[in-house]
Design a protein around this ligand. Structure first.
Ligand code: BES
Ligand code: MN
Ligand code: MN
Length: 455
């Protein structure tokens, strides 16, 4: 391993230059006009896998964006890792809030700024370079590895469940490894053992054929903007509890042991609040901030649209109102069941004065695992070797839909070892990745393969 680590140290700057080229490709999966860029990023990923020495590298078509696959299976009798990540990125708007252009990766103060730097190209690249280091120095990997990098994670991995189900043999492995999450805090690496799920919807309300003069018609018909506000106001009570009947039926309660562990984590609530710029924190009564984000479901308004929002004033009665809403789910809630409950409740609370249409968008199941297993312990040792610090164990509020599919369809445990930071601005302007964490992450990944090979 010493030679491998030396190689990684010597090549530190080259990795950054290569990563910049990866980050230059605007692979925004949500925007149809970027479909060619998404494909280009898939090809770039495949080329990077080949350069690293992986074999059987291919782009596999799906009904959406292609999956990139590559493997190295020349260690008979040794464990097999299935490494999962995504090469697609989120849209960049509002682009004027970026300090440097989102697809011109720029290093400032030891951090690389670009869309996809942390989520997830940088973290995928970290593993590709760890493989490259092993294959260059030792001519072999200590175990078998399969890379499975998708291009639709940021749009809900809609085609991936089908893909996994249809390719069980191809994806067969002993353990899944994922680096697509932040670490607990700067200097505090972590292993994540739980993710929330998601159920996403669009609500469309129509009151009248067209917008109307609010003087001539105001008072005679319902105002869709107001109706939407009234509907949304019925989703949560004052204590932050969601009012959809049956919503909490399948929520697994937090154990006392878990709560006690989380209380020991070095979480500074005042700093957290100030960093967010929030006058006060708010959430469900009876739970701490970490508990609210990691272990409790939420109902969020993601976007609202109605009427006149330009400069000045316009006396208008809008014809329509629209909201994008989503719920983060926790074990053992099921997104389809939640969708049924939500639809039924909406029907109940919506007045007859407007037409309401509910569209189901993407979703994903929550995931949680026992983390006392040999793979997690191996990852703990690797992280300690790479970061000089043993990891804490955390859950996360975000979602990676395929993780529960790996569990259910392939029966595989997952080890989530992320090297982003909580303030890395994923999905927001000025997304960045700390290059020290990236570098330690390459070393930790190289050790991870070594540690798992000994199991
Ligand atoms: N990398 C994130 C998931 C994540 C975020 C894990 C924060 C842990 C902490 C992933 O790329 C993501 O953004 N997922 C989406 C999924 C959705 C589109 C189905 C999410 O969480 O919104
Ligand atoms: Mn991600
Ligand atoms: Mn993301």
């Amino acid at each position: 391993m010493n030679e491998v680590v030396d190689f990684i140290n010597v090549n530190r700057d080259r990795y950054v230059e290569e990563l910049k080229r990866y980050l230059a490709i605007p692979s925004i999966s949500a925007l149809p006009e970027h479909a060619q860029d998404v494909r280009q990023a898939a090809q770039w990923t495949a080329d990077a896998l080949r350069t690293a020495g992986l074999q059987n590298v291919e782009l596999i078509e799906t009904p959406g964006h292609p999956v990139v696959y590559g493997d190295w299976l020349n260690a008979p009798g040794k464990p097999t890792i299935l490494f999962y990540g995504h090469y697609d990125v989120q849209p960049v708007d509002p682009v004027n809030l970026w300090t440097s252009p989102p697809f011109e990766a720029t290093v400032r103060d030891g951090e690389i700024y670009a869309r996809g730097s942390a989520d997830d190209k940088g973290q995928v690249f970290m593993h590709i370079k760890a493989v490259e280091a092993h294959l260059t120095k030792g001519g072999a990997l200590p175990l078998n590895i399969k890379f499975f990098i998708e291009g639709e994670e940021e749009v809900g991995s809609v085609n991936l469940d089908g893909f996994v189900r249809a390719n069980k043999d191809k994806l067969a492995a002993d353990v899944v490894v994922i680096s697509d999450s932040p670490m607990f805090d700067r200097g505090i690496p972590s292993i994540c053992y739980g993710l929330r799920g998601l159920a996403y919807f669009q609500i469309d309300i129509r009151g009248t054929k067209t917008d109307l003069h609010s003087g001539s018609f105001g008072g005679a018909v319902a105002n869709p903007g107001f109706v939407l506000a009234q509907i949304l106001a019925q989703m949560k009570d004052r204590s932050g509890r969601i009012k959809i009947p049956g919503f909490y039926d399948d929520v697994r309660p937090l154990s006392d042991a878990e709560r006690a562990e989380w209380k020991k984590l070095p979480f500074n609530e005042t700093k957290y609040r100030k960093d967010l710029g929030a006058p006060r924190l708010f959430g469900e009564t009876g739970y701490s901030t970490l508990e609210r984000v990691w272990a409790r479901p939420t109902f969020e308004v993601n976007g609202l649209l109605s009427g006149f929002t330009g400069e000045g004033a316009k006396t208008v009665l809008p014809a329509i109102a629209m909201a994008k809403v989503s719920m983060r789910l926790v074990p053992d809630q099921d997104p389809n069941k939640i969708a049924e409950l939500f639809e039924a409740y909406l029907k109940k609370v919506a007045p007859k004065t407007v037409d309401l249409k509910l569209t189901r968008m993407h979703g994903g199941k929550p995931w949680m695992t026992e983390f006392d297993n040999k793979y997690v312990r191996a990852a703990g040792r690797a992280i300690e070797l790479g970061f000089g610090q043993s990891p804490v164990f955390n859950r996360e509020g975000g979602s990676i839909p395929v993780v529960s599919t790996f569990q259910q369809e392939l029966g595989l445990p997952s080890v989530l070892f992320g090297v982003g930071l909580p303030d890395e601005n994923a999905h927001a302007p000025d997304e960045r990745l700390d290059l020290g964490n990236f570098h330690n992450g390459v070393i930790a990944s190289a050790y991870l393969y070594d540690e798992i090979s000994k199991l």
